[in-house]
Design a protein around this ligand. Sequence first.
Ligand SMILES: [Zn+2]
Length: 271
Amino acid sequence: MIARICCLLLCSFNLQAQDYFLKIKGQPVQGALLIAQTNPNNTVSIDGQNIKMTSEGYFIFGFGRFDENSKLVSINHQGQTYQTSIPVQIRDFPTEVVDGLPASKVNPPERDWERIKKEQAQVKNARTVWSEQTAFLQDFIWPASGRVSGVYGSRRILNGEPKRPHYGMDIANTTGTEVVAPADGVITMAVSDHFYTGGTIIIDHGYGLNSTYLHLSQVNVEEGQNIKQGDKIGEIGATGRATGPHLDWRLNIGTDIRLDPQLIIPKDPTF
Ligand SMILES: [Zn+2]
């Protein structure tokens, strides 16, 4: 077994034993999307859970914001099981203090609870969509140009109250700035007025990878629509719980694993 680690923009591991192989692209840190490939005739499980792969043997997994344990990748090749443990690098997340939010958006009054619950269920539904698209293999581009005004994983203090961490990458720019699809996909949710997130779009990129676009002033796509990388999907805004116009962009695997979108795009916007 050979383990090779190289850290440029991305890391990759190559594990080889006779004719079974495992390649992993991505740096194994909290919030990382890892794209792996093995012989398509093998079967794969991660921490005991079977993983579906493409006809070329590609599959994805990731480390969440709070993951501190390594992931055990088991490859079954012709009746033999090979296991490799991928350790996760712990990150130091900043603290973000946001003041001046309307009190009703930090702690919503009881009359909004039902609406919020409904919207959360709608989001969960959209993120449960699983398809065999392979758009997750593309090189993602920035969904909008602008200044990075918030990062993944930061601890948040809203109007002085500690809240859940921030899971998005915030890109600040003026209302009306174009938001494009960072990769191909299918729109699984497109709404104009969610309580917390305002104009909101969710895109399925295949094999459980989905991305979310929040606070949009314009939503230019519909549920079920196929989109290509670079297609306009909406415009930056300050709808929902936002203090100023920005795009809050999120990346998830299914409903449970929240990833850092900034780790899969170039350092600077490409347009
Ligand atoms: Zn945000």
